[in-house]
Design a protein around this ligand. Structure first.
Ligand code: ADP
Ligand code: MG
Length: 313
């Protein structure tokens, strides 16, 4: 009997001269290859912060959809929303009206993280530490606090032991959604993480501001967190109908070869629609182009971090 990979291979790249038909063929292959696939799990928790100080490049969309895709692939995932806008909390369907226990109370030391995280209603294996509007003052309040760069890192360390003590299995991934700035909230996320995932929008000024982000990451690495590295770049809002998108992807790949995921995320209405229903596109419409692209990207991310294959003995 043919394996699903063989069936997927057999789908002709029909009409791949038109972007729509080419996308349909890619989607069909992904639907078959990804169906029921269990992703490889990391040996220890991977903490990944999704950062780019530009707004609107797809940070939140990437954080929540990669997280939902990893959870769908069988991982236990915690999303930390560190943007006062709370868009990640909205997309994950968790309560975040003013007064809800959130990252704000955790950062100022009023609440333990274990008492503020919520289960996401639409996806097993997925939790969220929400952000409320209260977080908007934190950037200033943090300035005068003790250990101001370390507050998220130490809260996360405490959570990991609280979580295990309560009889849970460890998180495979902690994914952090950053605000669009390089202030103390973002620095806290860089100190708490080992990996940075940078989403880059496929547009003309894609690389603008990137050198500033990279030099901040390097400063944090030298002074505060030696374990930190940029592990992943994901190209977002790819529009196959324009030559520009292809040029931008080639340009970014030539600057950062090895870091850029093979999978690019296409621009797709379903992706933008899903948060309106308190969902990620991965749960809202799992067979849509955008959901399949995020599933494929998450699979790639999980493979890159997987323990090396055992040598056959
Ligand atoms: N692949 C995509 N296709 C269509 N719209 C997208 C896609 N990715 C993001 N968007 C939309 O673009 C806007 C900005 O994305 P968002 O993830 O909020 O960026 P950021 O967190 O960097 O500010 C949002 O309205 C989002 O729904
Ligand atoms: Mg955002």
């Amino acid at each position: 009997m043919a394996t699903s990979a063989e069936i997927a291979e057999a789908i002709p790249a029909m009409g791949s001269d038109t972007p729509l038909a080419a996308q349909a063929a890619i989607d069909a292959r992904r639907r078959i290859n990804l169906a029921g696939l269990r992703f490889p799990l990391p040996q220890s928790t991977r903490t990944i912060t999704v950062a780019n100080q530009k707004g609107g490049v797809g940070k939140t969309t990437t954080a929540v959809n990669m997280a939902a895709a990893l959870a769908r692939g069988g991982a236990k995932v915690l999303v930390i929303d560190s943007d006062p806008q709370g868009n990640a909390s909205t997309a994950l369907g968790v309560g975040h009206h003013a007064g809800t226990g959130s990252i704000y109370e955790v950062l100022i030391g009023e609440l333990r993280m274990k008492d503020a995280i919520q289960m996401c209603p639409k996806q097993d294996g997925l939790w969220c530490l929400p952000a409320t509007i209260d977080l908007s003052g934190a950037e200033i309040e943090l300035v005068t606090m003790d250990q101001r760069e370390w507050r998220l890192a130490s809260a996360l360390r405490t959570l990991k032991s609280d979580w295990i003590a309560a009889g849970n299995t460890r998180f495979d991934y902690v994914i952090i959604d950053c605000p669009p700035s390089l202030g103390l909230l973002t620095i806290n996320t860089l100190v708490a993480a080992q990996e940075v995932l940078i989403p880059i929008q496929c547009e003309y000024y894609a690389l603008e501001g990137l050198s500033q982000l990279l030099s901040n990451i390097e400063l944090v690495r030298q002074r505060l967190n030696q374990a930190l590295r940029v592990s992943t770049i994901l190209m977002t809002m790819f529009d196959a109908r324009t030559n520009l998108a292809g040029d931008v992807v080639r340009d970014v790949r030539s600057h950062f070869s090895g870091l850029v995921l093979e999978t690019t995320i296409p621009r797709s209405v379903r992706v933008a629609e899903a948060p309106g229903y308190g969902e990620t596109v991965v749960t809202y419409d799992p067979n849509s182009t955008g959901a399949l692209a995020y599933m494929q990207a998450a699979y790639e991310l999980s493979q890159r971090g997987a323990p090396p294959e055992q040598e056959p003995t």
